[in-house]
Design a protein around this ligand. Sequence first.
Ligand SMILES: C[S@@+](CC[C@H](N)C(=O)[O-])C[C@H]1O[C@@H](n2cnc3c(N)ncnc32)[C@H](O)[C@@H]1O
Length: 344
Amino acid sequence: MTEAAEEAIAEQLRWQAEACRMIGSPLYAALLERAAADVEARGPVWEVLRGHESDPRFSVLGLRLFGTVNRMAITGREPELAAAYEARDASRAWKALRDAIERNTAELRPLVDLPVQTNEVGRCNALLFGFLTVAAETDMPLRLLEVGASAGLNLRWDRFGYRANGFTWGPADSPLQLEFELEGTPPALPAAVEVAERRGCDANPVDASTPEGRLTLLSYVWPDQPERIARMRAALTVAERVPVTIERETAAAWTERMLAEAASGQATVLYHSIVSQYLSDDERETFFGHVTTAGERASADAPLAWLKMEPVDDRADLELTLWPGGETHRIARVGYHGSPVELL
Ligand SMILES: C[S@@+](CC[C@H](N)C(=O)[O-])C[C@H]1O[C@@H](n2cnc3c(N)ncnc32)[C@H](O)[C@@H]1O
């Protein structure tokens, strides 16, 4: 062990603290700062995280640790931590978190390897405009193919209600009513769409139909964001009613398989949100290559749309490419969790 190792881990945690501060979790930002100092002092956080000094930043080490501990808070194993989170009291939460980590060091060490699973339905606020544009332009039922779908919650986007600055869309009686900030005026869009198929893949899918899967999804929602917790619970209710197929497969292989045959009379929409950064450069290139090759084969009877919501800076871009033709349009700039949506 060297001091460089401690510095490297502390730096990852401070980078995460800044990200949490930027996207609305002052509680996690404060706790990550303290966790970084604890690593430098070789405290309990260091004991759990040592060995992870070379993990890539985007594997979000701090969130992996906090998610596994939050799971213990949610299930009642760490009631003081749950109470401190509920009170959003950073000093009390830090003490409870540090104690929980110290008590459970051996159990936490392997659990920290599990990837973060944030299946964020708020992203549908933006994806909606892509799906509706495809429906408007093709006038066909949509065949939805989601890459990196996690639990596939976003494959049910048409079963959620949407509200923003005078804009509404979707079933008003859905358990999930998404509210967001919308900048810009939406074009005329279809009030209803037909979905022919809902299918996704993920390297590490979560089964939202099991208590275990639901707990996993909830544990990665930041505890000082009650509106996201409520959103997740409502999305899980919708998920119970609308089945989807999620296959355990990686992006490039699955996409090649799914796009091998054209779906006549349907508009295939291959989409992904906040996934590209998790792919190796090789896999990303192969995956993108499969989409463009399939695009070149697309016809008016079997069009292909590629919808991406991927980070650029402090916002993500929503881009749509539609074949035949293959023109790409940047539709919106979007906050990572789906608000605001700035239509371009
Ligand atoms: C940040 S989550 C986003 C999940 C979902 N797209 C959303 O917006 O809520 C990233 C997802 O990508 C998945 N993933 C990572 N590497 C992958 C790969 N090579 N192929 C497919 N999925 C992958 C992860 O398991 C995770 O579910």
